[in-house]
Design a protein around this ligand. Structure first.
Ligand code: 13P
Length: 250
């Protein structure tokens, strides 16, 4: 039985003070419901320290939104895995579609980041997903399979990996994939993992869904057998909505 994992990706939102307030409200509203699923929050880099302090004695995981693949050096604007580790991050997100779309990330750079994080002992959430054009062109499976294969190239053990299926057309648009549409892709991703790593690894791998998850659709999405939680954008910026989604995951 896979433990569901729900992570709030705050993207480029919230000042340090606002981030502290948001995570405090989440913690307060969650009360003792942290037993059922794993919960994480991914504030922007400047707020990691503050949010880390607030959740220090809780079960909420601190998650970073990106990392670089070198240890250190002349990479202006980038952040290394060791820096994130020193702030208490348990997970880092790599390959978010916004990184791919606006910042030139490719399957290869996603793979480098993922491998660096794993080598440093950090868990990784790797995002994959097709654009609207790709879905309409009937190449969803092809695109997602390639992202999974190339993103995981050279990775021998999936122990520290979570995948997130985020159809680009469903991100921030209010258009959620139907539970059936999402499940279909999750099944296909799991089949790819089975081919690459075998039955046991495929059964253990957690695959989150992301894209306009809200309190009103979370229950039906999380009820699908291959959807193991969610990566939540907009709805994670409101404590009440995020907590409702966490509770929907059990
Ligand atoms: P929304 O929930 O705002 O659609 O964003 C999803 C997402 O990109 C999470 O990483």
């Amino acid at each position: 039985m896979r433990k569901k994992v729900v992570v709030g990706n705050w993207k480029m939102n919230k000042t340090v003070t606002e981030a502290g307030e948001l995570v405090s409200a989440i913690l307060e509203q969650l009360g003792d419901c942290l037993v059922g699923c794993e919960v994480g929050v991914a504030p922007a880099f400047p707020a990691l320290t503050e949010v880390g302090k607030v959740i220090e004695r809780s079960d909420i995981r601190l998650v970073a939104q990106n990392c670089h693949y070198e240890d250190d050096g002349a990479y202006t604007g980038e952040v290394s895995v060791r820096m994130l580790e020193s702030l208490g991050c348990a997970y880092v997100i790599v390959g978010h579609s916004e990184r791919r779309q606006y910042f030139g990330e490719t399957n290869r750079t996603v793979n480098l980041r993922l491998r660096k994080a794993l080598a440093e002992g950090m868990q990784v959430i790797m995002c994959v997903g097709e654009t609207l054009e790709e879905r309409e062109g009937g190449v969803t499976d092809e695109v997602v399979t390639e992202q999974v294969k190339e993103g995981l190239e050279g990775v021998g053990d999936l122990g520290g990996v979570v995948l997130a299926y985020e159809p680009v057309w469903a991100i921030g648009t209010g258009k959620t994939a139907t539970p059936e549409q999402a499940e279909e892709v999750h099944v296909s991703i799991r089949a790819t993992i089975r081919d690459m790593y075998g039955d046991i690894a495929a059964e253990h791998l957690r695959i989150q869904y992301g894209g306009s998850v809200k309190p009103s659709n979370a229950v039906e999405l999380f009820a699908m057998p291959n959807i193991d939680g969610g990566l939540i954008g907009g709805a994670s910026l409101k404590a009440e909505d995020f907590v409702a989604i966490v509770k929907a995951a059990g």
